[in-house]
Design a binder for this molecule. Structure first.
Ligand code: PAF
Length: 286
């Protein structure tokens, strides 16, 4: 496994593979790898000749009061995990390599941002879009792999690929959960013992909503209330949002129809957790 820190050097390397007609799978991460990331790597490994992973904590996607400085980092561990799981190249740039002092552009995401995490984290998806446009140009993958835990991110990346004509297939990968249902996340390490015990209730609440849908409840307000009540009753966290939207358009709806996302964000003392389920109403009960 190679570790490359320079964008130019990686572009040269990638060119070699493309000339040999080898397919490239790309797994962008901010490091502190967990099984969720490994699941992306396993998919990429199966479907491509070469697997490139980036490890870059992107300052542009953190707000001024967010956890950029304290975001968990452990590159040696990441390197070991990546190597053991079949990554061929890690791209590990410094901030100065990605954003020169002369960086002249500001990417602004116009659609799908005024809901879910977008409305709570102003500028977050502008930062995600900026770094991904750069990373796509540096790694030139055939396929790029993203976890559905960040379902809004996946929906926005679909637009980036479409709007900027990247010849890349987006591969969304299912959420990986702990045995008790908590979605794997680098931020789970911030939870206290008690909060860690409560955290699986986010998924329980989502499953409860899905079972109500299966019983014929399609009213969004009723489903939202059921999710909120479950979370308030079973956790000490503060609900940031419970939203039900169509997917991947992320438009508000009143009554379920077609592909749907139910998404939650809950603030615990030091961690804000997100989780979601997506389903197609046409396939419910089928
Ligand atoms: O999902 C993430 O870890 C990040 O948002 C990403 C896609 C690596 C961009 O920095």
């Amino acid at each position: 496994m190679k570790i490359i820190t320079s964008a130019k050097e990686l572009q040269k390397e990638v060119l070699k593979y493309r000339e040999e007609k080898k397919s490239i799978g790309f797994v962008p991460t901010m490091g502190y790898l967990h099984e969720g990331h490994m699941s992306l790597v396993h998919h990429a490994r199966k479907e491509n000749d070469l697997v490139i992973m980036s490890v870059f904590v992107n300052p542009l996607q953190f707000g001024p009061n967010e956890d950029f400085d304290s975001y968990p980092r452990d590159f040696e561990r990441d390197e070991r995990l990546a190597k053991n799981n079949g990554v061929d190249i890690i791209f590990y740039p410094q901030v100065e390599e990605m954003y020169k002092d002369t960086f002249s552009f500001h990417v602004k995401v116009l659609n799908k941002v005024n809901v879910l995490c977008g409305q709570k984290r102003e500028g977050h998806f502008d930062g995600v879009a900026t770094v991904l446009i750069k990373l796509f140009n540096i790694t030139q993958p055939n396929r790029a792999y993203f976890g559905m835990k960040d379902a809004q991110q996946v929906a926005i990346i679909e637009s980036i690929i479409e709007d900027f004509n990247f010849p890349i297939t987006l591969v969304p990968v299912d959420i990986v959960r702990e045995e008790d249902g908590l979605a794997k996340s680098s931020r789970n390490v911030y939870l206290s013992d008690q909060e860690r015990n409560e955290a699986p209730q986010l998924y329980e609440a989502l499953k409860r909503a899905k079972s109500l849908v299966e019983q014929g409840e399609y009213d969004v307000r009723t489903l939202q209330l059921a999710v909120s009540e479950h979370i308030s009753k079973h956790t000490s966290g503060e609900i940031d949002y419970v939203e039900i939207l169509n997917y991947p358009e992320l438009e508000p709806i009143q009554v379920l129809s077609g592909k749907t996302i139910i998404a939650v964000a809950v603030k615990f003392t030091k961690a804000r957790l997100i989780d979601n389920i997506t389903f197609d109403i046409k396939h419910i009960n089928n």
